[in-house]
Design a protein around this ligand. Sequence first.
Ligand code: FAD
Length: 319
Amino acid sequence: MATVLVFIDNPGEQLHKGNLELLTLAAAAGEPMVALNGPLHDAVKATMAEYGVQRIYRPSSDALDDYLVAPKAAYLAEAARQAEPAAVLLDNTFEGKEIAGRLGIKTSSGVVTDVIALSGSGSDLTATKSVLAGAYTVECKSSAGIPIMTVKPNSVPPAPAAASAQPEETVIEIEAGAGPAARITGREDRPTSGRPALTDAQVIVSGGRGTNGDFGPIEALADVLGGAVGASRAATDAGWIEHSAQVGQTGQTVSPQLYVSAGISGAIQQKAGMQTSKVIVAVNKDHDSPVFEIADFGVVGDLFEVLPQATEEIRKRRS
Ligand code: FAD
């Protein structure tokens, strides 16, 4: 049976939902194997077993994180050489895409990014993705080497394998600083908000220029829904919220179950990052705003009146 290699980078003590989604897609397309970077905790190994992972590759060096992506790509290329997979899956983060690109060069393989669904198996693997700022949905196959795909979060509900596996471990010899690589000289933790990461969140409440810099109602609604806070580029450019919250063509692409857009006009570059969300709710003062073209539910109104009422009502119903 064809194998599918999944790259999992530093999951910590538990696999994240995005990791589980990749393992679910891998199991549907073949026999899942994992190239792990970082410590392998017992709970992580047990979950991999539940998801049918047959083999876990690990690097001989724990210094991959001391560098930017080059040694991770070298490690993954060696794991792919040994595993001979029918496909390699990575997450769709900036780093995942960069590793995928480097892996593509190292293995003379085609790379598909921003994948939202996979079908078929083995060498017949077909990816669905949206292109041209989300204007078209296309299906594509790699015509060279091993198909390398970076998959957006929330593309598939995680599902353990029908039968669990007993993963074997294989160490890949790798010298982290051997080739040309940029070394990381310092790190600073990002202040934690207690909210889920934007790309993993099931619910995102996003604010734009219409907030006029006051993200209070956006944050309150996000918190009552257990969601993340996003933003349009107008809001991040104005410095009202950090750049990492930007959703869109030059920000994060997200696909939550629920995306609430408030005070955002819905420019094509914003739509490109969120239009694959399952349910889109738009709140905008202007009934002609283009965001209503893609909204499942629209409220024409002032976000400073609409959002607090929604937050209050949800709070009441939950108490
Ligand atoms: P505006 O377009 O100014 O819209 C504000 C909206 O708020 C209006 O519709 C208004 O009716 C409404 N409003 C005002 N007050 C209220 C209120 N009190 N209550 C309710 N509604 C109210 N944009 C992104 O978002 N993400 C990207 O990744 C991105 N990448 C880009 C890349 C390129 C190359 C370029 C050229 C542009 C990019 N942009 C991106 C910018 C994009 O074109 C828009 O300029 C931007 O999305 C507009 O942000 P906005 O909707 O918040 O602001």
